[in-house]
Design a protein around this ligand. Structure first.
Ligand code: ATP
Ligand code: MG
Length: 309
Protein backbone atom coordinates (compact mmCIF):
# COMPACT_ATOMS: atom_id res chain seq x y z
CA UNK A 1 0.00 0.00 0.00
CA UNK A 2 1.29 3.44 -0.96
CA UNK A 3 -0.18 6.36 0.96
CA UNK A 4 -0.06 9.81 -0.58
CA UNK A 5 -0.52 13.16 1.16
CA UNK A 6 -2.01 16.18 -0.63
CA UNK A 7 -2.22 19.07 1.81
CA UNK A 8 -3.52 21.46 -0.83
CA UNK A 9 -5.78 19.50 -3.21
CA UNK A 10 -7.72 21.27 -5.91
CA UNK A 11 -10.63 20.83 -8.21
CA UNK A 12 -9.13 21.66 -11.60
CA UNK A 13 -11.63 23.20 -14.02
CA UNK A 14 -10.46 23.20 -17.61
CA UNK A 15 -12.28 25.08 -20.35
CA UNK A 16 -11.36 24.97 -24.01
CA UNK A 17 -12.00 27.97 -26.26
CA UNK A 18 -11.39 28.20 -30.01
CA UNK A 19 -9.62 31.53 -29.66
CA UNK A 20 -9.15 33.40 -26.39
CA UNK A 21 -9.96 37.09 -26.71
CA UNK A 22 -9.03 39.17 -23.68
CA UNK A 23 -11.60 41.69 -22.45
CA UNK A 24 -14.40 40.04 -24.48
CA UNK A 25 -16.99 37.33 -23.76
CA UNK A 26 -15.58 33.98 -24.86
CA UNK A 27 -17.54 30.72 -25.23
CA UNK A 28 -16.09 27.40 -24.20
CA UNK A 29 -16.33 24.36 -26.44
CA UNK A 30 -15.54 21.86 -23.70
CA UNK A 31 -15.46 21.88 -19.91
CA UNK A 32 -14.03 19.27 -17.58
CA UNK A 33 -13.34 18.88 -13.89
CA UNK A 34 -10.43 16.84 -12.59
CA UNK A 35 -9.23 16.03 -9.10
CA UNK A 36 -5.98 17.99 -8.75
CA UNK A 37 -2.99 18.13 -6.45
CA UNK A 38 0.30 16.32 -6.80
CA UNK A 39 -0.26 13.58 -4.22
CA UNK A 40 -3.68 12.86 -5.71
CA UNK A 41 -2.08 12.57 -9.16
CA UNK A 42 0.47 10.09 -7.79
CA UNK A 43 -2.36 7.96 -6.36
CA UNK A 44 -4.36 8.18 -9.61
CA UNK A 45 -1.39 6.85 -11.58
CA UNK A 46 -0.63 4.10 -9.05
CA UNK A 47 -4.27 3.05 -9.29
CA UNK A 48 -4.13 3.08 -13.11
CA UNK A 49 -1.06 0.85 -12.92
CA UNK A 50 -2.94 -1.60 -10.66
CA UNK A 51 -1.12 -0.65 -7.46
CA UNK A 52 -2.73 -0.25 -4.04
CA UNK A 53 -2.94 3.32 -2.80
CA UNK A 54 -4.82 5.72 -0.53
CA UNK A 55 -5.08 9.51 -0.65
CA UNK A 56 -4.80 11.63 2.51
CA UNK A 57 -5.31 15.38 2.65
CA UNK A 58 -7.70 18.18 3.52
CA UNK A 59 -11.11 18.57 1.94
CA UNK A 60 -13.96 21.03 2.37
CA UNK A 61 -16.84 22.81 0.65
CA UNK A 62 -18.98 22.00 -2.38
CA UNK A 63 -16.00 21.63 -4.70
CA UNK A 64 -14.50 19.26 -2.15
CA UNK A 65 -17.58 17.02 -2.46
CA UNK A 66 -17.21 17.06 -6.27
CA UNK A 67 -13.54 16.17 -5.94
CA UNK A 68 -14.41 13.17 -3.75
CA UNK A 69 -17.06 12.06 -6.26
CA UNK A 70 -14.54 12.23 -9.10
CA UNK A 71 -12.03 10.13 -7.15
CA UNK A 72 -14.78 7.66 -6.30
CA UNK A 73 -15.76 7.36 -9.97
CA UNK A 74 -12.14 6.61 -10.79
CA UNK A 75 -11.96 4.03 -8.00
CA UNK A 76 -9.14 5.83 -6.16
CA UNK A 77 -9.48 5.27 -2.37
CA UNK A 78 -9.20 8.27 -0.04
CA UNK A 79 -9.48 9.14 3.63
CA UNK A 80 -9.63 12.94 3.74
CA UNK A 81 -9.60 15.17 6.80
CA UNK A 82 -12.57 17.56 6.71
CA UNK A 83 -11.90 21.30 7.02
CA UNK A 84 -14.10 24.34 7.50
CA UNK A 85 -12.70 26.12 4.43
CA UNK A 86 -13.37 25.35 0.77
CA UNK A 87 -10.97 23.27 -1.31
CA UNK A 88 -9.23 25.47 -3.90
CA UNK A 89 -10.24 25.61 -7.54
CA UNK A 90 -7.62 26.00 -10.24
CA UNK A 91 -8.84 27.40 -13.53
CA UNK A 92 -7.17 26.28 -16.76
CA UNK A 93 -8.00 27.86 -20.12
CA UNK A 94 -6.88 26.00 -23.23
CA UNK A 95 -6.73 28.20 -26.30
CA UNK A 96 -7.16 25.92 -29.36
CA UNK A 97 -5.76 28.51 -31.77
CA UNK A 98 -2.39 28.75 -30.05
CA UNK A 99 -2.50 25.47 -28.05
CA UNK A 100 -1.48 27.63 -25.04
CA UNK A 101 -2.75 26.80 -21.59
CA UNK A 102 -3.34 29.65 -19.14
CA UNK A 103 -3.61 28.62 -15.49
CA UNK A 104 -5.01 30.64 -12.65
CA UNK A 105 -4.16 28.82 -9.42
CA UNK A 106 -5.67 29.51 -6.02
CA UNK A 107 -3.59 29.65 -2.82
CA UNK A 108 -5.88 27.28 -0.90
CA UNK A 109 -7.97 27.57 2.25
CA UNK A 110 -6.60 28.41 5.68
CA UNK A 111 -6.02 25.29 7.77
CA UNK A 112 -6.56 25.53 11.53
CA UNK A 113 -4.24 23.97 14.11
CA UNK A 114 -6.91 21.45 15.07
CA UNK A 115 -7.45 20.41 11.45
CA UNK A 116 -3.71 19.95 10.97
CA UNK A 117 -3.34 17.84 14.11
CA UNK A 118 -6.26 15.63 13.11
CA UNK A 119 -4.68 14.98 9.68
CA UNK A 120 -1.32 14.13 11.26
CA UNK A 121 -2.99 11.83 13.78
CA UNK A 122 -4.94 10.06 11.01
CA UNK A 123 -1.76 9.42 9.03
CA UNK A 124 0.26 8.31 12.03
CA UNK A 125 -2.37 5.92 13.33
CA UNK A 126 -3.27 4.30 10.02
CA UNK A 127 -3.18 0.48 10.08
CA UNK A 128 -1.75 -1.50 8.39
CA UNK A 129 1.26 0.73 7.85
CA UNK A 130 1.90 1.69 4.22
CA UNK A 131 5.18 0.70 2.56
CA UNK A 132 5.68 4.31 1.38
CA UNK A 133 4.30 7.69 2.35
CA UNK A 134 4.44 10.12 -0.59
CA UNK A 135 4.22 13.83 0.22
CA UNK A 136 3.77 16.05 -2.80
CA UNK A 137 2.90 19.60 -3.70
CA UNK A 138 2.36 22.91 -1.99
CA UNK A 139 1.45 23.61 1.61
CA UNK A 140 -1.71 25.66 2.30
CA UNK A 141 -1.87 28.77 4.51
CA UNK A 142 -1.83 28.00 8.24
CA UNK A 143 0.35 24.89 7.89
CA UNK A 144 4.00 25.37 8.94
CA UNK A 145 6.72 24.88 6.30
CA UNK A 146 8.27 22.06 8.35
CA UNK A 147 5.14 19.84 8.16
CA UNK A 148 6.79 17.50 5.65
CA UNK A 149 9.83 17.12 7.92
CA UNK A 150 7.51 16.25 10.80
CA UNK A 151 5.63 13.64 8.75
CA UNK A 152 8.91 12.16 7.48
CA UNK A 153 10.19 11.80 11.05
CA UNK A 154 6.94 10.17 12.19
CA UNK A 155 7.01 7.79 9.20
CA UNK A 156 10.65 6.89 9.82
CA UNK A 157 9.91 6.07 13.45
CA UNK A 158 7.36 3.53 12.17
CA UNK A 159 9.65 2.05 9.51
CA UNK A 160 7.70 3.65 6.65
CA UNK A 161 9.74 4.90 3.67
CA UNK A 162 9.04 8.37 2.33
CA UNK A 163 9.02 10.32 -0.92
CA UNK A 164 9.04 14.11 -0.98
CA UNK A 165 8.15 15.95 -4.19
CA UNK A 166 7.72 19.64 -3.48
CA UNK A 167 9.56 22.85 -4.22
CA UNK A 168 11.01 26.05 -2.74
CA UNK A 169 10.99 26.40 1.03
CA UNK A 170 8.75 23.31 1.44
CA UNK A 171 11.35 21.07 -0.19
CA UNK A 172 14.22 22.81 1.63
CA UNK A 173 12.56 22.37 5.03
CA UNK A 174 11.36 18.83 4.24
CA UNK A 175 14.73 17.39 3.26
CA UNK A 176 16.11 18.33 6.68
CA UNK A 177 14.36 15.13 7.88
CA UNK A 178 16.05 13.11 5.09
CA UNK A 179 13.25 11.46 3.12
CA UNK A 180 14.05 8.16 1.37
CA UNK A 181 13.41 9.54 -2.13
CA UNK A 182 13.17 13.00 -3.69
CA UNK A 183 12.38 13.83 -7.32
CA UNK A 184 12.96 17.50 -8.01
CA UNK A 185 13.00 18.67 -11.62
CA UNK A 186 16.11 20.55 -12.75
CA UNK A 187 14.63 23.92 -11.88
CA UNK A 188 13.65 22.77 -8.36
CA UNK A 189 17.10 21.22 -7.82
CA UNK A 190 18.75 24.48 -8.93
CA UNK A 191 16.62 26.40 -6.48
CA UNK A 192 17.38 23.92 -3.71
CA UNK A 193 21.14 24.00 -4.22
CA UNK A 194 21.34 27.67 -5.22
CA UNK A 195 23.30 26.91 -8.38
CA UNK A 196 22.64 26.64 -12.13
CA UNK A 197 22.65 23.07 -13.49
CA UNK A 198 23.56 23.78 -17.08
CA UNK A 199 24.70 20.36 -18.28
CA UNK A 200 24.47 16.66 -17.48
CA UNK A 201 27.68 16.72 -15.43
CA UNK A 202 26.32 19.41 -13.11
CA UNK A 203 23.01 17.54 -12.66
CA UNK A 204 24.92 14.36 -11.75
CA UNK A 205 26.99 16.34 -9.27
CA UNK A 206 23.85 17.87 -7.76
CA UNK A 207 22.22 14.45 -7.32
CA UNK A 208 25.37 13.11 -5.63
CA UNK A 209 25.55 16.14 -3.34
CA UNK A 210 21.99 15.46 -2.16
CA UNK A 211 22.76 11.75 -1.62
CA UNK A 212 25.72 12.81 0.52
CA UNK A 213 23.31 14.85 2.61
CA UNK A 214 21.61 11.58 3.60
CA UNK A 215 18.81 11.14 1.03
CA UNK A 216 18.86 7.52 -0.20
CA UNK A 217 17.55 8.02 -3.74
CA UNK A 218 17.79 11.33 -5.59
CA UNK A 219 16.10 11.49 -8.98
CA UNK A 220 16.38 14.75 -10.88
CA UNK A 221 13.89 14.82 -13.74
CA UNK A 222 14.72 16.60 -16.98
CA UNK A 223 11.56 16.56 -19.09
CA UNK A 224 12.32 15.00 -22.52
CA UNK A 225 15.82 14.03 -21.31
CA UNK A 226 14.39 11.70 -18.65
CA UNK A 227 16.00 11.34 -15.25
CA UNK A 228 19.38 11.37 -13.58
CA UNK A 229 19.29 9.18 -10.51
CA UNK A 230 21.86 8.74 -7.78
CA UNK A 231 22.12 6.45 -4.76
CA UNK A 232 25.24 5.81 -2.66
CA UNK A 233 26.23 2.92 -4.95
CA UNK A 234 25.16 3.96 -8.44
CA UNK A 235 24.36 6.83 -10.78
CA UNK A 236 22.17 6.33 -13.84
CA UNK A 237 20.79 8.35 -16.70
CA UNK A 238 17.38 7.09 -17.84
CA UNK A 239 16.17 8.34 -21.20
CA UNK A 240 12.66 8.09 -22.68
CA UNK A 241 11.96 7.47 -26.35
CA UNK A 242 10.98 10.49 -28.45
CA UNK A 243 7.22 10.86 -28.49
CA UNK A 244 4.68 13.31 -29.82
CA UNK A 245 3.73 15.45 -26.84
CA UNK A 246 0.13 16.32 -26.12
CA UNK A 247 0.49 17.88 -22.63
CA UNK A 248 3.22 17.51 -20.02
CA UNK A 249 0.94 18.37 -17.07
CA UNK A 250 1.38 15.71 -14.37
CA UNK A 251 4.42 14.05 -16.01
CA UNK A 252 6.53 14.53 -12.88
CA UNK A 253 3.80 13.17 -10.61
CA UNK A 254 3.46 10.14 -12.89
CA UNK A 255 7.21 9.56 -12.72
CA UNK A 256 7.01 9.60 -8.90
CA UNK A 257 4.11 7.10 -9.05
CA UNK A 258 6.01 4.73 -11.36
CA UNK A 259 9.12 4.84 -9.21
CA UNK A 260 7.42 4.29 -5.86
CA UNK A 261 5.15 1.54 -7.20
CA UNK A 262 8.15 -0.33 -8.56
CA UNK A 263 10.16 0.12 -5.35
CA UNK A 264 7.18 -1.14 -3.32
CA UNK A 265 7.15 -4.29 -5.46
CA UNK A 266 10.78 -4.85 -4.48
CA UNK A 267 12.22 -4.04 -7.93
CA UNK A 268 15.76 -2.79 -8.46
CA UNK A 269 16.52 0.92 -8.76
CA UNK A 270 17.08 0.35 -12.50
CA UNK A 271 13.58 -1.08 -12.97
CA UNK A 272 12.05 1.61 -10.75
CA UNK A 273 13.64 4.30 -12.94
CA UNK A 274 12.42 2.60 -16.11
CA UNK A 275 8.84 2.56 -14.84
CA UNK A 276 9.19 6.17 -13.62
CA UNK A 277 10.30 7.39 -17.04
CA UNK A 278 7.74 5.26 -18.92
CA UNK A 279 4.90 6.59 -16.73
CA UNK A 280 6.11 10.21 -17.00
CA UNK A 281 6.44 10.00 -20.76
CA UNK A 282 3.11 8.15 -21.14
CA UNK A 283 1.44 11.09 -19.41
CA UNK A 284 2.78 13.47 -22.06
CA UNK A 285 0.75 11.52 -24.65
CA UNK A 286 -2.59 12.46 -23.09
CA UNK A 287 -4.20 15.91 -23.38
CA UNK A 288 -4.60 18.57 -20.67
CA UNK A 289 -4.65 17.35 -17.09
CA UNK A 290 -5.19 13.70 -18.08
CA UNK A 291 -2.56 11.33 -16.73
CA UNK A 292 -1.04 8.18 -18.24
CA UNK A 293 -2.83 5.12 -19.59
CA UNK A 294 -1.55 1.72 -18.52
CA UNK A 295 -1.26 0.46 -22.10
CA UNK A 296 0.96 3.40 -23.07
CA UNK A 297 3.19 2.80 -20.04
CA UNK A 298 3.54 -0.86 -20.99
CA UNK A 299 4.40 -0.12 -24.60
CA UNK A 300 6.92 2.62 -23.70
CA UNK A 301 8.66 0.55 -21.00
CA UNK A 302 10.88 -1.54 -23.33
CA UNK A 303 11.86 1.64 -25.24
CA UNK A 304 13.36 3.39 -22.19
CA UNK A 305 17.16 3.54 -22.39
CA UNK A 306 19.55 3.46 -19.47
CA UNK A 307 23.15 4.63 -19.17
CA UNK A 308 25.34 3.81 -16.19
CA UNK A 309 27.44 6.81 -15.18
N1 ATP B 1 8.76 16.39 -23.45
C1 ATP B 1 8.84 15.16 -22.93
N2 ATP B 1 9.12 14.07 -23.70
C2 ATP B 1 9.21 12.85 -23.18
N3 ATP B 1 9.08 12.59 -21.86
C3 ATP B 1 8.82 13.62 -21.03
C4 ATP B 1 8.69 14.96 -21.52
N4 ATP B 1 8.43 15.79 -20.45
C5 ATP B 1 8.40 14.97 -19.37
N5 ATP B 1 8.64 13.69 -19.70
C6 ATP B 1 8.71 12.51 -18.81
O1 ATP B 1 8.19 12.81 -17.54
C7 ATP B 1 9.21 12.77 -16.53
C8 ATP B 1 9.07 13.90 -15.56
O2 ATP B 1 9.04 15.12 -16.28
P1 ATP B 1 9.47 16.56 -15.74
O3 ATP B 1 10.93 16.62 -15.55
O4 ATP B 1 8.86 17.51 -16.70
O5 ATP B 1 8.76 16.58 -14.31
P2 ATP B 1 8.18 17.81 -13.48
O6 ATP B 1 8.78 19.08 -13.93
O7 ATP B 1 8.33 17.44 -12.05
O8 ATP B 1 6.64 17.73 -13.87
P3 ATP B 1 5.32 18.17 -13.04
O9 ATP B 1 4.89 19.45 -13.67
O10 ATP B 1 4.34 17.06 -13.25
O11 ATP B 1 5.69 18.33 -11.60
C9 ATP B 1 10.52 12.80 -17.31
O12 ATP B 1 11.53 12.15 -16.59
C10 ATP B 1 10.14 12.07 -18.60
O13 ATP B 1 10.13 10.68 -18.41
MG1 MG C 1 7.14 17.99 -10.40
Amino acid sequence: MIATVTLNPSLDKTVTVEQLVIDETNRWTSFRRDPGGKGINVSRVIHELRGKTIVYGFIGGVDGEILKQLLQQQGVPFDFTPIKGEVRSNLIITNMETCCQTRIDAPGPHISKGELESLISKIIHTEPKPSFLVMAGSIPPGVPDNIYARLIEEAKAQGVKTVLDSDGQWLREGIKAKPTVIKPNVHEAEDLLGTKLKDEASIIQAAKTLVNQGIEVVAISRGPDGLIIATDTQTLSVIPPQVEISSTVGAGDSAVAGMVLSLTRGDTIEDACRLAVAAGTATTLTPGTELCRRQDVESLLPLVKMKRL
